[in-house]
Design a protein around this ligand. Structure first.
Ligand code: GLA
Length: 748
């Protein structure tokens, strides 16, 4: 049993394969956090370690009286601490009662278990059936205010994750305003930690930062409407000596695509707290009597196998229990996206000529990006008018899709459903549907506004428009874009005192639209996008099993972006394309082989005018696609190991078959020096006693200048033990940004 509750002692233990989460409802009724870490025996009760010491100026609950001065919520680890009643650290719950007071205190009122993983209405959540998961629902009550909180815990034993969420119910007879409602609070009574967070900007998303926690509160988050380019809703706490392969790590992945806040606090007695919530700066939710509020979910995981071990737990959780639909388990088509090939400058004939070459080269899907609809000649207008520009295309959308299909390619299309241009028919008809504050000029970004997705009529309109297009032409892929942050937040659908609900209601509206469309068109592959990777989160992955990782297609910058992304998200979620050289974002020229190598470590595709490739380049592209087909399952389903970080002069990563039968090592030199220091790596995930053949993989590069293959220790035949314990020396670089792909397979 993965959930064990001992009613007599109040101890609750949640066990996964390699971790235990323990809490205790004590004699005063507080739900204290006891342990989250390595797996304990069923009989272990760690609550004796909670340190009760009289600490100056740390208050005591009323009923402690004289005898219990040492019992203070200000220093005790708790499952869901409330603001205003004696715990002065970061709180999980801030409420404002009808009388204006802001204090709450929760006491244990019982718990129950359910088979299977709980689901959340209207919100994405990790799923698991009765054989895979058990759920625990703990009810807490505030004796003074009749506020009730249900803490939800989903335990996936084999997957090694614990999910958390909270439902807050107003059982009183007056309204209550939630000013902050965290999805979880996690306390560590002991230990020193580094905090890994993932920051970025447009076209440079998810750079990993690792810093020791300092006293006080440190946080990442955003109030931009979407989870953002600037901070990813994922973070890791780890032991300062944790490495890729060893050491204790705890990860928290917020399954949410809107505004969020993750706060880490090191308190006065060196205890650590991590709290994750919808961003409270932009949140105030009124609960009328009897109403409830459901927080989004967070996925927690613990690993004592280092950062790599932790990442692989999240990869599996996201790949198998967040991503859904027929595309979850299918190899994704090798696509050609026309954006960097044509931008807005195309006709139907031009697209068909590019598609024809793409088909000849072995690609499977042609995606028509921005510019096909309304009067969208540049990025200043047209958004919201989702009807094809037949004059520009020279035919109907159905006819164009038919012409592409006739080449043997599937047809995909770009939308930005949440956006509206002032210069559009939709805006002229429904100016009130755009998000803006009445009487104030709105902030423009890319000259566009955002539709008020918190409104049901707007949601219904977009569902209708997109359904019409998807039903009217053979479309097998949709790129769902969103190209600005949201400000000037206001909705005509809520009264003044409830405007603080807008940001979350927007996300709920977005999820409803995505749910309806993905359910109605299950065969369509949806790819998320937000100016590249501005909404790369587990919430979106519940609807779109892949997301365009970044608008930056430079393979050298992509190494950093994909490296940072890989701490939480598996390669099969990262849209990644080969683009032209020199690169459009950085001006850098890199070998086609390196562009191919980096793009293959994701959802592989091309984004350039393939009609301009030389015959040698065309041959290389054919070879790349054949190579990708050969390794696609290994990349999609294999265990991902980060062997060397890009900043180390040569980025190296590996996909190993879960059964150890083969592995693909991919390496890109980011720096080339004369007389180079050899790059040595240890290959992971193989069977120690088996023998493997190690040989270069991938097509022979088109040879744009310098010789690619010089001295090489490959091929070789070695045991799994030798490859892991001693390893491989990579062939040295012969030119800048050279890449290597090495295939390792069992000897027959
Ligand atoms: C965003 C996307 C790009 C492209 C453009 C089109 O920037 O991230 O991939 O689709 O919009 O306008």
């Amino acid at each position: 049993m993965s959930i064990v509750y001992d009613k007599a002692s109040g101890l609750i233990s949640l066990h996964t394969r390699r971790s235990t989460y323990q809490m205790k409802a004590d004699e005063l009724g507080f739900l204290l956090h006891v342990h989250y870490g390595g797996r304990l025996a069923d009989a272990d009760d760690l609550s004796g370690q909670l340190c009760l010491v009289d600490r100056g100026l740390c208050g005591n609950p009323y009923e402690c009286g004289r005898d219990r001065r040492e019992y203070s919520l200000d220093v005790l680890p708790q499952e869901y601490p409330c603001f205003g009643t004696g715990d002065f650290r970061t709180a999980a719950l801030h409420v404002r009662s009808a009388d204006g007071s802001r204090a709450a205190q929760l006491r244990f009122a019982g718990c129950r278990t359910e088979k299977g993983k709980y689901a959340l209405e209207g919100l994405p959540a990790l799923y698991g059936d009765e054989a895979e998961a058990e759920s625990l629902i703990v009810t807490l009550r505030d004796p003074a205010s009749a506020l009730e909180v249900e803490l939800q815990y989903g335990v996936l034993e084999d997957l090694d994750v614990i999910c958390r969420s909270a439902r807050i119910v107003n059982r009183g007879d007056g309204p209550v305003v939630l000013e902050k409602a965290a999805s979880f609070c996690l306390d560590w009574p002991f230990g020193k930690f580094d905090w890994l967070t993932f920051h970025g900007r447009h076209a440079m998303e998810r750079n990993m930062t690792r810093q020791g926690l300092r006293h006080g509160v440190q946080s990442v988050g955003c109030a931009r409407g979407a989870s953002s380019h600037q901070y990813n809703p994922f973070s890791i706490l780890c032991a300062p000596d944790a490495t890729e392969t060893a050491g204790e790590c705890w990860g928290a992945c917020f399954v949410y695509s809107g505004e969020f806040l993750m706060e880490a606090e090191l308190d006065q007695v060196d205890q650590t707290r991590l709290v994750c919530s919808i961003h409270p700066d932009d949140f105030a939710w009124t609960l009328a009597p009897g109403e409830s509020f459901q927080t989004p979910e967070a996925i927690l995981a613990y690993s004592d196998r280092g950062l790599g071990g932790l990442s692989r737990v999240f990869h599996r959780a996201i790949r198998e229990h967040i991503c859904r639909g027929p595309w979850r388990d299918r190899r994704r088509p090798v696509l050609l996206n026309d954006w960097e090939a044509t931008y807005f400058d195309f006709t139907g004939d031009k697209l068909v000529s590019i598609a024809q070459k793409a088909a000849e080269l072995g690609m499977e899907l042609f995606v028509m990006d921005d510019g096909w609809f309304g009067r969208r000649e540049d990025d200043n207008g047209g958004l919201g008018d989702w009807y094809p520009n037949e004059e520009k295309l020279g035919c109907t959308l159905r006819e164009l899709a038919g012409r592409i299909n006739a080449l043997g390619l599937d047809f995909g299309i770009w939308f930005e459903p949440e956006a509206v241009s002032e210069d559009s028919g939709l805006y002229k008809t429904h100016p009130d549907w755009a998000v803006r504050v009445p009487g104030r000029d709105p902030c423009l970004a890319r000259n566009q506004l955002v539709l008020d997705f918190s409104r049901r009529d707007v949601q219904d309109h977009i569902i209708g428009e997109l359904s019409g297009i998807l039903a009217g032409a053979p479309i097998s892929y949709v790129k769902w874009d969103m190209n600005r942050s949201i400000c000037d937040k206001f909705t005509a659908s809520l009264p003044p005192e409830r405007q603080g609900e807008f940001a979350h209601r927007y996300v709920l509206g977005l999820y409803r639209v995505l749910e309806e469309l993905t359910a109605a068109f299950p065969q369509v592959l949806f790819e998320g996008c937000s100016g590249g990777g501005g909404r790369f989160d587990a919430g979106m992955l519940y609807y779109t099993p892949q997301i365009w990782c970044s608008d930056n297609t430079d393979p050298i910058n992509r190494l950093d972006i994909q490296y940072g992304t890989s701490f939480c998200y598996p390669a099969c979620t990262m849209g990644s394309h080969v683009s032209a050289a020199p690169n459009h974002q950085t001006g850098r020229t890199t070998p086609l082989s390196t562009r191919g190598c980096v793009a293959m470590a994701g959802c592989f595709g091309y984004e350039l005018d393939v009609t301009r490739l030389s015959p040698a380049e065309q041959a290389e592209v054919r070879g790349q696609i054949a190579c990708f087909r050969q390794y696609a399952d290994l990349i999609r389903l294999g265990d991902h190991y980060r062997l060397r970080a890009p900043e180390e002069g040569c980025a190296v990563w590996e996909f190993a078959a879960p059964d150890g039968s083969e592995a693909l090592v991919q390496a890109v030199y980011t720096r080339v020096e004369a007389n180079p220091v050899p790059v040595h790596i240890r290959v992971r995930g193989l069977r120690p006693d088996s023998r493997y053949r190690v040989e270069p993989a991938g097509p022979v590069p088109a040879g744009d200048g310098a010789p690619d293959r010089g001295w090489s220790p490959l091929p070789a035949v070695l045991s799994g033990a030798a490859l892991e314990r001693s390893g491989l020396t990579l062939p040295p670089p012969r030119r800048e940004h050279q890449s290597w792909q090495i295939h390792i397979r069992l000897c027959p």
